[in-house]
Design a protein. Structure first.
Length: 78
């Protein structure tokens, strides 16, 4: 069985099983995911990641500001 055929068969089987599970299973999984997203551990990880990204953005802005300052060539030479 080629890759494309296997991919098609896998998608078809997944669709069939998903359709059989129906709306009730979807809602159950959605509740699980909502509970997971709202947990303290996930919230703390999300906040830590956001702080890390913000710190990186601030550092990048400062580095660009320093690099484009009029006297930046003089500082690089010294």
């Amino acid at each position: 069985m080629g890759f494309k055929t296997g991919l098609f068969v896998g998608a078809a089987v997944g669709y069939y099983l998903g359709a059989r599970a129906g709306r009730q299973r979807y809602e159950q999984l959605d509740r699980y995911l909502s509970t997971f997203r709202e947990s303290d551990a996930v919230r703390q990880a999300r906040d830590a990641a956001r702080n890390l990204v913000d710190t990186g953005i601030d550092a990048t802005k400062q580095a660009l500001k320093d690099a484009t300052a009029p006297d930046s060539r003089l500082r690089a030479i010294s």
